[in-house]
Design a protein around this ligand. Structure first.
Ligand code: GUN
Length: 289
């Protein structure tokens, strides 16, 4: 029997804990967690993600601020906004939605966010803490943190003896995901577009994590029987005149082989937002001392 993980349900339990912590922080220290989300330009998918983040922040009882900047925003204007948010005592978390429009450089912007407000976990200080296995001192990138919740629920905290394969090596996901699995004692392979015989590498995985952005790339014969399959892809495809979201994993066929699998939508997606809220409340607690 394959277990299909209900990401919405797991995310809801994280959100309940965040709400309780928010009430507690306000009662104890008179502090309300503040999250500022910044979006530049008109990309509809990014606008949809950002609206969900702002809405969830309000629902958690946060001070939720959204800055919507026009496509023509300059590097300097964006840098000035981040600086203002860095200085703002009521803001504990800053998220600049990626990708930025082509004329803007994202890296200097991300690196200008104060590490203690970098609720995306993308600043080199936070990425470095994850890479060195210091998981308590910094802020962990939200999507890998969410995927790890599923891994821990399935396998426990200690992954000793288990082979994990992460397909994808981005700074946003693949690298921190591999580091988190390694910190939990898994034997980790980070695979990517230049990997030789990817299906054979994947068949070795007790935990297979796909984050490549290619619709339904992972097929049933890539999956070791009984493996845990975590699908981080969100791809919009059109077939027979209808548009729908699919992951990087061919869900129907892989679900017949896997032991545990996440669906798209309703798997990792809701967890990303929940972990963003968790990071914001953590940042607010740390600031309140
Ligand atoms: N774009 C897609 N996913 C993310 C994310 O987790 N953080 C940011 N800042 N932008 C994204």
């Amino acid at each position: 029997m394959t277990t299909i993980i209900d990401g919405k349900q797991v995310a809801a339990s994280v959100i309940d804990a965040v709400k309780a912590a928010t009430v507690q922080l306000e009662k104890e220290a008179g502090v309300k967690p503040g999250l500022a989300v910044v979006i530049v330009g008109d990309d509809p998918a990014s606008h949809a993600y950002v609206s969900s983040k702002s809405r969830m922040a309000k629902e958690c009882g946060f001070n939720s601020i959204q800055h919507t900047l026009p496509e023509a925003t300059t590097q300097e204007e964006l840098a000035r906004l981040v600086e203002t948010l860095n200085e703002d005592e009521s803001i504990h978390g800053i998220l600049v939605q990626l990708p930025l429009p082509g004329h803007l450089k994202s890296e200097p912007i991300i690196q200008s966010i104060r590490p203690e407000k970098d609720v995306d976990g993308l600043h080199v200080v936070n990425a470095g803490k994850v890479a060195t296995g210091d998981l308590d001192g910094g802020l962990v990138s939200c999507t890998p943190a969410g995927a790890m919740v599923f891994v821990r629920r399935t396998h426990g905290d200690d992954l000793s003896g288990l082979n994990a394969v992460v397909i994808g090596r981005s700074n946003l996901f693949g690298k921190p995901m591999s580091a988190l699995l390694l910190a939990a004692n898994a034997t980790v392979t980070t695979a990517h577009s230049r990997t030789k015989d990817l299906p054979a590498v994947c068949r070795n995985a007790d935990i297979l994590v796909a984050a490549v952005g290619r619709p339904e790339m992972v097929k049933a014969d890539w999956v070791k029987p009984g493996a845990t399959v975590i699908d981080v892809g969100i791809n919009r495809i059109s077939a027979e005149g209808r548009s729908r979201l699919v992951g990087d994993v061919a869900f129907e066929e892989c679900a017949k082989v896997a032991g545990v699998i996440t669906p798209v939508p309703g798997g990792v997606g809701p967890m990303t937002i929940a972990m963003l809220m968790a990071n914001t409340v953590i940042a607010a607690y740390r600031k309140a001392g």
